[in-house]
Design a protein around this ligand. Structure first.
Ligand code: FEO
Length: 186
């Protein structure tokens, strides 16, 4: 009798796992997103290092933090994929640029990259809806909201840089003020 109960529990767990498992399409889309988050982290790390070599302490600290945040985004996805019975793949990374022309270009690159990431997140959301995976759809809403904040912040910083132009004193103050700006709130 006990053996029957154990077998029943095992069978129920097996069925539950099957029901909650990711479809291959959703799993692949999430793995692609893991790659985007990892590349964003790498890209921002290169920006942080470049800024540090230019003596821009505030900007480099902003990008070191931003790079860490993107790694957190990647880890959150990895854990989710594995929890849902998939296999999260750790991707190989694209080599980011070593040097950047100027601060405005760095922040324009940041904005462009975030716009691209938002587009990719929307694709994942779309696949979730088509596959009727409402759990992953719900999970992805955190990323959708995060992207709105990140894009807005990049635009806000670019506007400030446009105002400052080539003014050295303005750039000095900008580098000091950015120390208090959060890349995103987790
Ligand atoms: Fe996690 Fe800024 O993309």
């Amino acid at each position: 009798r006990e053996l029957k109960i154990i077998l029943l529990i095992l069978f129920c767990n097996f069925i539950k796992k099957l029901i909650t498992m990711l479809t291959k399409k959703v799993e692949n889309a999430l793995n692609k997103q893991i790659e985007h988050e990892a590349n964003a982290s790498q890209f921002y790390l290169a920006m942080a290092s470049w800024a540090e070599t230019k003596g821009l302490e505030g900007v480099s600290s902003f990008f070191y933090r931003h790079s860490d945040e993107e790694r957190e985004h990647m880890l959150k996805l990895i854990k989710y994929v594995n929890e849902r019975g998939g296999h999260a793949i750790v991707p190989s990374l694209a080599k980011p640029p070593k040097v950047f022309d100027c601060l405005s270009h760095v922040f324009q690159d940041l904005l462009d990259h975030e716009v691209m990431v938002s587009r990719e997140i929307n694709k994942v959301v779309d696949i979730c809806l088509k596959d009727k995976d409402y759990t992953t759809h719900n999970f992805m809403q955190w990323y959708v909201a995060e992207q709105i904040e990140e894009e807005a912040l990049a635009r806000h910083i670019l506007d400030k840089l446009k105002l400052i132009g080539d003014d050295k004193g303005g750039l000095y103050l900008f580098d000091r003020d950015i120390l208090n700006m959060n890349p995103a709130k987790n």
